[in-house]
Design a protein around this ligand. Sequence first.
Ligand SMILES: NC(=O)c1ccc[n+]([C@@H]2O[C@H](COP(=O)([O-])OP(=O)(O)OC[C@H]3O[C@@H](n4cnc5c(N)ncnc54)[C@H](O)[C@@H]3O)[C@@H](O)[C@H]2O)c1
Length: 434
Amino acid sequence: MKISVIGTGYVGLVVGTCFAETGNDVICADIDERKIKTLRKAKSPIYEPGLEDLLKKNIHEKRISFTTNIKQAIKDTEVIFLALPTPPMEDGSADLKHVLDVAKQIGQSMNGYKVVVNKSTVPVGTADKVRDTIAKHTKYEFDVVSNPEFLKEGAAVMDFLKPDRIVVGSSNQRAIKIMEDLYGPFIRTGNPFIVMDERSSELTKYAANSMLATKISFMNEVANLCERVGADVEMVRKGIGSDPRVGQQFLFAGVGYGGSCFPKDVSALVKTSEEYKYDFKILNSVIDVNKEQRSLFAKKVIGYFKKNLKKKVIAVWGLSFKPNTDDMREAPSVGVIKELLNHGAKIQAYDPVAMNEAKKYLGNSIKYCKTDYDTLKGADALVVITEWHEFRRPDFEKMKKLMRGHVIFDGRNIYNPQVMTENGFEYFCIGRGK
Ligand SMILES: NC(=O)c1ccc[n+]([C@@H]2O[C@H](COP(=O)([O-])OP(=O)(O)OC[C@H]3O[C@@H](n4cnc5c(N)ncnc54)[C@H](O)[C@@H]3O)[C@@H](O)[C@H]2O)c1
């Protein structure tokens, strides 16, 4: 099938590459010329495990190409995926300007039947808005489908190739059949292909992310209580997670959720609820708890140094919002580091892949080190913010030799408190006593 993907970011590039991998002819279009140039050289502008290899292979086999000519990409294809940003506006609602701008261009470029598939996370009612916008500019037949994307950054390629479900919002049999054909190769093992109306599909994506964010904030509150009552959140997690009704995933206490999706999607769902005169009480608390969680963690460090971090050197391990990605959007590290800087700390940080991205958010306010151990030279404390695998089993003796103070603040509970004490560290984590 001839497919275009408009918007070649984290979602669009994975979607385009994976559809090419199953034999489709894919054109990825984006307004960002630099990105398109990089992609034409078979280089991925983002870090995503497995993506660059797949990209190289499909470029080599001429199944995927890249352009900044959006209108031509629309003309040349029958199925058009929208993977455009839907950033939060000041009031928390999703900004649809990119989606509707491209919808207008689709209307203007129509030259036959097309299916427009919305992969962006968009508020309920957007399919109607996209349909109206296109219809204003064309007499050709088309269908608009809602097809939310559930991939996780850091595991995006595998998630797309082996999805646990495909959600398709459409009541049009022709469009549904096209979607079934496209997704068939990915769900051969029988994972569900769920067809519903557009509104339910659009809401499904927000409800899914909000549910996951709720689990995280809930566990962070349990952790905060654990610290007060002298319980261990890791044991509580195991105790409740083994109940299949609760499940093991997303129960880890930490510095709160971040990334390009959860914060904006939870806020957008609250906003949608408000528009429909519904007070979504739980979600407002989820947001508050999440904001507070970063600050609570920073306060642990600040409190330890009696609110004076002048002349204190703090090593930071991990900057990206989660491991296996270089995405820094809404990364908890930024908030924590800024609070420490505000109290006079000098920060020396390391992240395996997100250093370049981090510079866009933290500029020259911190020192970027070449390795995790380099951050420890002369450090008064180590702060762990992102749980990259390589931070899990460091050489504690080497660390002690490099550090000036032997104290670790672990924002992801990756170490065993007993082991840390045995190794001569003062150890502070989330929800595990001290
Ligand atoms: N990142 C994720 O993990 C994820 C997962 C599921 C859903 N989503 C949703 O998918 C959508 C895209 O997210 P993303 O993370 O890929 O965003 P992104 O910012 O990484 O990529 C968006 C791309 O669209 C391009 N763009 C902007 N305006 C354009 C226009 N008018 N024409 C062509 N290209 C244009 C940008 O240059 C950018 O390359 C969002 O709605 C997001 O909520 C994201």
